[in-house]
Design a protein around this ligand. Structure first.
Ligand SMILES: [Zn+2]
Length: 152
C-alpha cells in the first residue's frame, strides 16, 4: 500500500520484502517500456495480456508499426522474468509460512506431550497416595494396629 507523503513522494506501508521487490520491478518495468505501458492503458481490458484479446492497443500499435517488434519482444521477455520472479517470491513466502507453522505445530505437540506426561505423573502420585490411604485404612480396621492407634 502506497501512502502519499505531505512533502511529496510516498511511503510503502508495511512492505514485505516480496511486495517491495515486486513493486520495484513493476515500477522499473513500466519506466523502461514507458511507450508500451502507455499503450496498455488504452487496451479494452485492464488485465489485457496483449495477445489475442479484442481491442488490444498494443497489438494495434504493433500492426501499424507504431511499436518496434524488437522492443515488444524485449518487453515480453522482461515481463516473463518479472512474473517468474514474482512466482519465485510467492513460493518462498509459502515455504517460509509452512516452516513457521511446522515450528508452531512442533511446539504445540511438545507442549501437549509435556502436559500429558505431567498429568500422568500426578495421576500416578494421586493414585498411589490414594491406594496407600485405602491400604492403611483397611489395615487400621482389620489389623491389630487399631487398638494401639486409638490408645495413643
Ligand atoms: Zn493489450
Amino acid at each position: 500500500m502506497l501512502l502519499p507523503l505531505p512533502g511529496g513522494g510516498s511511503l510503502i506501508d508495511n512492505p514485505g520484502m516480496r511486495e517491495l521487490h515486486r513493486w520495484a520491478s513493476e515500477e522499473a518495468f513500466d519506466e523502461v517500456f514507458a511507450e508500451i505501458a502507455a499503450l496498455a492503458e488504452a487496451c479494452r481490458f485492464a488485465d489485457c495480456q496483449h495477445g489475442s484479446e479484442p481491442e488490444c492497443a498494443v497489438q494495434a500499435a504493433l500492426e501499424n508499426g507504431q511499436v518496434d517488434p524488437g522492443r515488444w519482444q524485449s518487453y515480453q521477455k522482461l515481463e516473463r522474468e518479472v512474473q517468474h520472479q514474482a512466482r519465485q517470491q510467492a513460493l518462498h513466502a509459502t515455504l517460509a509460512q509452512k516452516k513457521k507453522w511446522k515450528v508452531i505445530h512442533k511446539a504445540m505437540r511438545n507442549y501437549t506431550q509435556a502436559t500429558t506426561e505431567w498429568a500422568r505423573y500426578w495421576l500416578r502420585l494421586a493414585t498411589s497416595a490414594c491406594a496407600r490411604q485405602i491400604k492403611e485404612r483397611v489395615k487400621l480396621k482389620s489389623g491389630p494396629m487399631l487398638i494401639p492407634t486409638r490408645a495413643r
